[in-house]
Design a protein around this ligand. Structure first.
Ligand SMILES: Nc1ncnc2c1ncn2[C@@H]1O[C@H](COP(=O)(O)OP(=O)(O)OP(=O)(O)O)[C@@H](O)[C@H]1O
Ligand SMILES: O=P(O)(O)OC[C@@]1(O)O[C@H](CO)[C@@H](O)[C@@H]1O
Length: 305
C-alpha cells in the first residue's frame, strides 16, 4: 500500500487570465479550486493511474473539509490529523507567466506529531511512504528524521520530495527515491545547476551517499534518473504547456505506479516523465489516457552504466 504524507496541504486557487498586472485590479473568469500540496497531488495521480493510496497529513478548517470531501469524491482514502489552523490557500496565476503565492504551513504541536508518527509506525514491510511538499520549521528536524528511521526499520520504502533545509537534512537518511528539481538539487550543494551534465554530477553524489534512486526534474528539459549503477536522461515531449503545477508530483506518481507493477526502473522513469508532461499540458493533473498517449514519445538515453 502507498501512503502519501502532506504536512502542508493547500487548496490551489488556480486562475487563468490573458494579462496579469501587479498593482492593478485584475478580473478573471476562469478559476479552479483543486486540493493541492505535493503528497495529495501524488495520490490524485496514482488514483487516475489505477493505483490506490491513502493520504496522510494535517488538515483543518473549512479548507481542510473541502480537501477531504474532494478527495472522498475521487474515491481517495484520507487519514488526516485535524489542525487548529485553517489549511492554506495557494494562489496560482496563469497568464503570460506562471505566478504562485504559497501560504505558510500549519503549526503542529507535539501531540499531533506523535499521532502522525504512530500512523507511520503502523505501516507494513514493503509499504511506501511518500513525504512530499514543504515541511514547516515549527516541527523539529528530528521529527522528520524519526519518520524516516521508522520506515527504514520496518522495511517501508521512503520516498522524499521536499525542498530547502528539510531536503538537506533528510537526504542523509538515504531514501529509496528523491525527486529534487534542478534548483532544489543545486540548493543541496549550495550551487546553481545550469546543465544536465552538472545535474548528473550532483545526482551521482547523492547515490554515492546511499540514495537508491535520484530523479532530477528539469521542467521542459525533461529529467534525469540516476541509480548506483546507471544514469538515464529523458527529453520532455513537445506540447502546449497549460499548467505545470503538480508536474513534478505527477512524475513521482507515474514512476511509482509503473515501478510497483513491473519493477523496471527505466520503464518507470519513462512513464514518470510522460506523466509529468501530461500534467503540464492540461489544466488539472494528468489522467491515464493523457499519460499513455505520450509514453511512446519519451526517448530514454543511457548516460552511463
Ligand atoms: N514545459 C514543459 N514541457 C513539457 N514537459 C514539462 C514541462 N514542464 C514540466 N514538464 C514535465 O514535468 C516534469 C516535472 O517538471 P518540473 O521539473 O517542473 O517539476 P517540479 O519543479 O517539481 O514541479 P512542481 O513542484 O510544480 O510539481 C518534467 O520532468 C517534465 O517531464
Ligand atoms: O509550498 P510547497 O509545499 O512547497 O508546495 C505546495 C504546492 O505549490 O506544490 C504543489 C505542486 O507541486 C501544489 O499543489 C501546491 O500548491
Amino acid at each position: 500500500m502507498i501512503y502519501t504524507c502532506t504536512i502542508t496541504p493547500s487548496i490551489d486557487y488556480t486562475t487563468y487570465l490573458t494579462e496579469f498586472r501587479t498593482g492593478k485590479l485584475n478580473r478573471t473568469n476562469e478559476v479552479y479550486y483543486y486540493p493541492g500540496g505535493k503528497g495529495i497531488n501524488v495520490s490524485r495521480v496514482l488514483q487516475r493511474l489505477g493505483i490506490k493510496s491513502t493520504v496522510l497529513g494535517f488538515a483543518g478548517g473549512f479548507t481542510g473539509d473541502y480537501i477531504k470531501q474532494f478527495l472522498h469524491n475521487e474515491q481517495i482514502e484520507t487519514d488526516f490529523i485535524a489542525t487548529q489552523d485553517i489549511t492554506r490557500i495557494n494562489v496560482k496565476i496563469k497568464s503570460e507567466e506562471e505566478t504562485e503565492l504559497n501560504g505558510p504551513g500549519p503549526s503542529i504541536n507535539h501531540e499531533q506529531q506523535r499521532e502522525l508518527l504512530s500512523k507511520v509506525k503502523a505501516l507494513q514491510v514493503n509499504d511506501w511512504f511518500v513525504l512530499a511538499g514543504s515541511l514547516p520549521n515549527s516541527i523539529p528536524k528530528a521529527f522528520y528524521q524519526a519518520l524516516s528511521a521508522v520506515c527504514h526499520k520496518n522495511g517501508v520504502h521512503f520516498v522524499l520530495d521536499t525542498s530547502g533545509t528539510a531536503l538537506k537534512d533528510l537526504v542523509q537518511t538515504k531514501p529509496f527515491l528523491v525527486k529534487p528539481n534542478q534548483q532544489e538539487l543545486g540548493g543541496l550543494f549550495d550551487t546553481k545547476i545550469k546543465t544536465k551534465e552538472e545535474a548528473l554530477f550532483y545526482a551521482k553524489k547523492l547515490t554515492e551517499d546511499g540514495i537508491r534512486h535520484v530523479i532530477v526534474s528539469m521542467g521542459g528539459e525533461g529529467a534525469l534518473l540516476v541509480t548506483k549503477d546507471q544514469a538515464f536522461s529523458a527529453k520532455a515531449p513537445n506540447g502546449t504547456v497549460v499548467n505545470t503545477v503538480g508536474a513534478g508530483d505527477s512524475l513521482v506518481s507515474g514512476f511509482l505506479a509503473s515501478y510497483i507493477q513491473y519493477k523496471d526502473v527505466k520503464e518507470a522513469f519513462r512513464y514518470g516523465v510522460a506523466s509529468g508532461s501530461a500534467t503540464a499540458f492540461r489544466t488539472d493533473l494528468c489522467n491515464k489516457g493523457s499519460v499513455e498517449s505520450l509514453v511512446s514519445e519519451i526517448r530514454i538515453n543511457l548516460l552511463h552504466e
